[in-house]
Write a protein of this length. Structure first.
Length: 171
């Protein structure tokens, strides 16, 4: 079984992915880290040197490679489900989980994380909430297609594990 974690930047997909993989006895894969390891360049530097369109094509190919894995939790990039047929692929080939956060929580988390985000690097702090709100509104059509939706602010791991196991049994 493949479990795909989707959600906005800084929603905790990587941290939750590692935790879920450990609890389920699965492997863990972070698509952004796979990209950086394979191409020996950070996502941020790639965006600056090339552009988002090229990145999205490579990301799409990396996502399709996940079909070769079983018993794995996959953390996608914040935009992964929003391009090409990626969300359809995710839904067809595993369980998708959307980590939903309120805009203010996301903004707070984005300000706290050390990793700079390419799509937000030139946004002034005063404009960040508006940018995140608009960006998130554009992506909701994809995120809301997830099989399971959890609220980040009051997330409980045991409930999520129960939802995943029920989904696995349902087939």
């Amino acid at each position: 079984m493949r479990i795909y974690l989707i959600g906005y930047m800084a929603s905790g997909k990587s941290n939750l992915g590692k935790l879920l993989a450990e609890k389920l006895g699965y492997k863990f894969l972070d698509l952004d880290y796979l990209f950086e390891e394979r191409y020996r360049i950070s996502v941020l530097d790639f965006f600056e040197k090339y552009d988002e369109d090229i990145f999205r094509k490579i990301e799409h190919a990396l996502l399709w490679e996940t079909i070769d894995y079983e018993d794995i939790v996959i953390s996608t990039g914040g935009g992964t489900p929003c391009f090409f047929d990626n969300m359809e692929f995710i839904r067809k080939n595993g369980i998708s989980i959307y980590l939903r956060w309120e805009v203010r929580s996301l903004v707070y988390r984005l300000k706290m994380v050390k990793r700079q985000r390419p799509l937000l690097k030139d946004i002034a702090p005063a404009e960040l909430e508006g940018k995140v709100s608009a960006h998130l509104a554009d992506r909701m059509i994809y995120y809301n297609q997830a099989d399971i939706k959890i609220q980040g602010e009051d997330f409980e791991l045991e409930i999520l594990l129960l939802l995943i196991r029920n989904r696995m049994k349902a087939g």
